[in-house]
Design a protein around this ligand. Structure first.
Ligand SMILES: [Zn+2]
Ligand SMILES: [Zn+2]
Length: 331
């Protein structure tokens, strides 16, 4: 069987029509996407992200299990899935830090074909069944929402409560929604009124401008700007916690003495807990649907990527191609 997929090649992203449909190996499931999301990581990979990934893009999905040899109970289930495939035996895996597996492969990011396709593979162990309360349009946010939930693990137990989130993009908005839903009162700092309006509607304070003298006890960086770190450090109150979420951050000169003198904590944060994201969605604590800017069929995936890269656009989704009424299988 052949399938269509969006492949990152040496010439950039290309829609390819005749890729072989993958065959699940031991412990693996074959999945058909119901809805997939384009995220900043996909755009960074296209823009020449380090590592030089080549293969099918995409890692945010809700899908149906088509086949799972040895696991018949999974076939037909509607699922979301974790993106790291791990070895289970290295030091990181045995310590329980599976997202830091020394030989990890990552769906649509490193050594594992992604979800911008008619079919893709996942280890069965990575899958989570979805309750009926969660719609596809909500479920497709599970992976980035889990990444937003990862911030909660790093929030200081007791410190001041001046909390700022920098960046009103996809991740910044989700982090704001999570913190608000979990009882915090963050200030979202951004540049796009249409994005800040979504946060306002969820009861989150927002601003486009912060006075130079203002300081925060917790700063969460989600701007995606490669050289933002010195600016973030300047906004930190003594003993502040700075949580860095942007994978696009680059080598930057900082005055490290400020970290020592002001006793700052600098924390990197990446993947997060799917279970918490699913519980929050099922309970209706978080509604990510206002973040959806547009939907494209898979066969317009290149245009969808271009759209997602535009300023002001938030979440672009890809859905399966609709069969043409003239195709023979309809007769
Ligand atoms: Zn992502
Ligand atoms: Zn490992």
């Amino acid at each position: 069987m052949r399938m269509q997929a969006l492949v990152l090649t040496d010439h950039g992203p290309e829609l390819i029509d005749n890729l072989p449909t993958p065959i699940p190996g031991p412990g693996e499931a074959l999945l058909a996407p119901r809805l997939v999301g384009i995220c900043g990581t996909d755009l960074a990979l296209v823009a020449g992200y380090k590592g030089g990934y080549r293969g099918v893009l995409g890692h945010e999905y809700v899908a149906e299990v088509v086949a799972a040899p040895g696991y018949p109970e999974w076939v037909g289930c509607r699922v979301v899935g974790e993106i790291n495939t791990t070895c289970g035996v290295c030091d990181s895996c045995r310590a329980g830090h599976v997202t830091h597996c020394q030989t990890r492969r990552v769906l649509g990011i490193r050594d594992w074909d992604g979800v911008f396709a008619e079919y893709f593979l996942s280890p069965v162990a990575n899958l989570h069944r979805l309750p009926d309360e969660i719609s596809d349009a909500e479920a497709v946010f599970t992976e980035p929402l889990a990444a937003a939930y990862a911030v909660l693990r790093e929030m200081p137990k007791s410190s001041g409560d001046r909390i700022a989130i920098l960046g009103d993009g996809r991740l910044g908005l989700l982090i704001a929604l999570v913190l608000r839903a979990e009882g915090y009162d963050p200030l979202l700092i951004g540049r796009h009124q249409n994005k800040l309006d979504i946060a306002n509607a969820a009861g989150i304070q927002t601003t486009t401008h912060v006075e130079a003298a203002r300081r925060f006890d917790v700063l969460i960086e989600a701007t995606g700007l490669p050289h933002i770190l010195p600016e973030v450090i300047d906004m930190a109150a003594p003993r502040a916690t700075i949580i860095l979420k942007s994978t696009g951050i680059e080598r930057t000169q900082i005055d490290a003495s400020i970290i020592v003198v002001n006793e700052l904590r600098l924390i990197g944060s990446r993947c997060g807990p799917f279970a918490e994201a699913i519980v929050a969605l099922a309970a209706g604590k978080i509604d990510p649907k206002p973040l959806i800017s547009s939907r494209f069929p898979l066969n317009q995936a290149v245009a969808a990527l271009e759209s997602a890269a535009q300023s002001g656009v938030i979440k672009v989704l890809l859905e399966p191609n609709k069969p043409s009424p003239l195709q023979p299988q309809m007769l």
